[in-house]
Ligand binder design. Structure first.
Ligand code: ZN
Length: 101
């Protein structure tokens, strides 16, 4: 299990900046964050036969890479509400940490 704890986070320009407990910081470009959306629609779903289904890849508008709201999900993840209405991605802290590297 991860022991990542978010101390605080803020959105500055095109970055989500996360301050982890212990003092490390992650700077994650929003466009990278959006591209890494872990929801089934963005990352694809595999059916029983092994076929991969993905949502249509839409050109990313400015709104698609704008964060309206970030909601904590338990103590392990964040749900991000994007400007284009997309909000089904639950970003685990490990993923956020990885994206900020
Ligand atoms: Zn998504």
């Amino acid at each position: 299990m991860s022991n990542l704890v978010v101390d605080k986070f803020e959105i500055v320009n095109d970055f989500l900046i996360i301050k982890w407990e212990g003092g490390n910081e992650s700077y994650i470009p929003l466009i990278r964050l959006r591209d890494a959306c872990p929801c089934a629609e963005c990352s694809g779903e595999t059916d029983a036969l092994g076929n991969l289904y993905k949502g249509q890849t839409m050109p990313k508008t400015d709104a698609a890479c704008t964060i309206l709201k970030v909601k904590a999900v338990g103590y392990y993840a964040m749900q991000i509400f994007w400007g284009d209405g997309h909000n089904s991605g639950i970003y685990r802290f490990e993923l956020l940490k990885e994206l900020g590297n």
